[in-house]
Design a protein around this ligand. Sequence first.
Ligand SMILES: Nc1nc2c(c(=O)[nH]1)N[C@H]1C(S)=C(S)[C@@H](COP(=O)(O)O)O[C@H]1N2
Ligand SMILES: [Mo]
Length: 203
Amino acid sequence: MTTPTRGFFGRRRERDPRLPPGQYDVGADWPVLTAEPTPRIAPETWSISVDGKVANPSTWTWDEAHALPGSEYRGAIHCVTTWSKFDTWFAGVSVDTLLEAAQPTDDAHFVMATSKTGYTTNLPLEDVTGGKAWVVWDFDGKPLPTEHGGPVRLLVPHLYFWKSAKWVTRLTLMTRDQPGFWEQNGYHDRGDPWREQRYQGDD
Ligand SMILES: Nc1nc2c(c(=O)[nH]1)N[C@H]1C(S)=C(S)[C@@H](COP(=O)(O)O)O[C@H]1N2
Ligand SMILES: [Mo]
């Protein structure tokens, strides 16, 4: 009797190169992960402020933010609970545009993002500059759904998705790093999915 060769039918599919280690492709689904009750925020009452270590503390209303040059992200997002979602399409404004107006001072090295709800998450300044982070209000050409952070959320897709604060209203520039909500609860201060920086103490 011949031994059936694993190979033709049994061969494992090539791992998608867009998938960081320990992640799986969630497909068309988009899980909702929220630690607090979902707030209802009317766009007319929403604003975003950039404060802390900046020369020119600045606030934009909904209309003012929409009057800024727009910017889009197309690509993957990665949640620390191991799902990744490919081919997302978000639109809003680049964080670079907000920082250009607010002018971080030389001693600004970290950012705390704060949500209307009080949720916080910390990021190195260099992870939100250079075209890597957005403040977004559209998903797939439609208003961002409330449960996904609408009217406006932060988007930092190269880091685990807990860094992308939903219902974001404030970016505070800081000299020293300070842990946000999940970071105080054991999650990593940076959260690079390619390095599997899931928990405090991971490399
Ligand atoms: N305000 C707020 N933002 C948040 C969260 C949250 O609980 N509250 N959860 C974070 C986590 S852990 C993830 S994975 C993503 C989930 O976003 P989604 O619900 O749109 O998938 O939002 C992040 N931003
Ligand atoms: Mo998450």
